[in-house]
Design a protein around this ligand. Structure first.
Ligand code: PMP
Length: 444
């Protein structure tokens, strides 16, 4: 009994919480105790509908037995083994299975897989591969990376350097990077459904930066095909195609950060498939293992991989790797996850729900303080006006209110971001929108 009550009300003093106002949290903690399907249960026994797939990661829903069994089996068979100069079949098996669903399909040849432990590690890995690739083809002066204003690429030093969210950068030193302009352009695109019509000219900013720094200094450009953490910023029609063309012209690699968009979020296996624009490197994590075991993966093109396989036979081509690269237990979780995705058609299920999702979200148009609604696949955003200039204050109130009413949403700045598990049913979409609608009315 003691143990249960301790688990339900732990000391809040020792766990230094990430991306959290720790002092504010202690005043009003929200603690989740269990999860099944599309629902969490909090420590007081209240059910909370998961409107965010955890943190954009539990795509197949919570508590999947198949993943649990695969993890247990692997833990008891072999808990850990290195993948430096040796290996174990399960990591190779997982990479081979991933290659079959790789971004862009077989024609894209993005089927060389480097395993990491998280999205941030995937980003740092992709940046290092890009710089090492340029060096391998005799372009060693290309060490600069271009990111975007408002981009989010995790919290490694590489990721914060190419990322463009001010709070993540402000107190830390960074590697050489520069940033393309990137705006929501809410004025011109407000309440557009799907991809916004206006803003393709923003892609030309890459040419401006090439002119400023010289193509011979730039290794790669990294973008989230659809950025999440900035508040769900969708690329204008034709924008990614234009980036690809400029990158090709200038000998710059294009990296898609698909940590959020990978594994079915847009109704296609990857955003690469949705947009039909093929990058040179793709970073993933989150949905890779359904969030159950931490893991990330970088998909590299054969062009990049083959260029690295030069030099003396016995030399290490890429001096980079993690203790947990291809971790056997994570690989087991990943294989089970892929099997679920395939058997239940989850990597494309969002496409069949996208219309319902879009109409449900846009039904909130007209409520006071709602300045924009955005959607793509099973991603949604409801942007609110700031309250008295305090960015995020109103959205935070809505978040707290929704939680009390049994719905988990995510807020970033003034935007409510939504990304339900891909197993969501139509009536649950209705529930999400109705709880948010009521909360918005109360917040008015
Ligand atoms: N890139 C993108 C686009 C992300 O959204 C995230 C996490 N939200 C990351 C990288 C970092 O992933 P992680 O938190 O697993 O390090």
């Amino acid at each position: 009994m003691d143990q249960i009550s301790k688990a339900n009300s732990p000391s809040l003093d020792n766990f230094w919480m990430p991306f959290t106002a720790n002092r504010q949290f202690k005043a009003a903690p929200r603690l989740l105790a269990s999860a099944q399907g599309t629902y969490y249960t909090d420590v007081d026994g209240n059910k909370v509908l998961d409107g965010t797939a955890g943190l954009w990661c539990v795509n197949a829903g919570h508590g999947r037995k198949r993943i649990a069994e695969a993890v247990e089996r692997q833990l008891t068979t072999m808990d850990f083994a290195p993948t430096f100069q040796m290996g174990h079949p399960i990591a190779f098996d997982f990479a081979e299975r991933l290659a079959k669903v790789a971004p862009g399909g077989p024609g894209a040849q993005l089927d060389r897989v480097f395993f990491t432990g998280s999205g941030s590690e995937s980003v740092d890995t992709a940046l290092k591969i890009a710089i090492a690739y340029q060096r391998a083809i005799g372009q060693g002066t290309r060490t600069r990376i271009i990111g975007r204003e408002k981009g989010y690429h995790g919290v490694g030093f590489g990721g914060i350097s190419v990322g463009g969210l001010v709070n993540n950068r402000r107190v830390f030193p960074q590697i050489p990077a520069d940033h393309m302009r990137h705006t929501l352009d809410v004025d011109r695109n407000a309440f557009s459904k799907g991809l916004p019509a206006h803003g393709i000219e923003l892609a030309e900013d890459l040419e401006r930066l090439v002119g400023l720094h010289g193509a011979e200094t730039i290794a790669a450009v990294i973008v989230e095909p659809m950025s999440g953490s900035a508040g769900v910023v969708l690329p204008p029609k034709g924008y990614l195609e234009r980036l690809r063309a400029i990158a090709d012209k200038c000998g710059i690699l294009l990296i898609f950060d698909e940590v959020i968009t990978g594994f079915g979020r847009l109704g296609t296996p990857f955003a690469t498939d949705y947009f039909g624009v093929v990058p040179d490197l793709v970073t993933t994590a989150k949905g890779l293992t359904n969030g159950a075991i931490p893991m990330g993966a970088v998909f590299a093109s054969r062009k990049v991989y083959d260029a690295m396989m030069t030099g003396p036979e016995n030399a290490i081509e890429l001096f980079h790797g993690y203790t947990y690269s291809g971790h056997p237990v994570a690989s087991a979780a990943g294989i089970a996850t892929l099997e679920i995705y395939e058997e239940e058609g989850l990597l494309t299920r969002g496409a069949g729900l996208a219309e319902t999702w879009q109409e449900a979200l846009h039904s909130l148009k007209g409520l006071s303080n709602v300045v924009d609604i955005r959607n793509l696949g099973l991603v949604g955003a409801i942007e609110l006006s700031s309250r008295d200039g305090a960015v995020g204050a109103r959205a935070y109130d809505v978040f707290v209110d929704c939680f009390k009413k049994g719905l988990l949403i995510r807020v970033t700045g003034d935007t409510i971001a939504l990304s339900p598990p891909l197993i969501i049913e139509k009536d649950q979409i209705g529930t999400i929108v109705s709880i948010i609608g009521d909360a918005l009315k109360r917040a008015a």
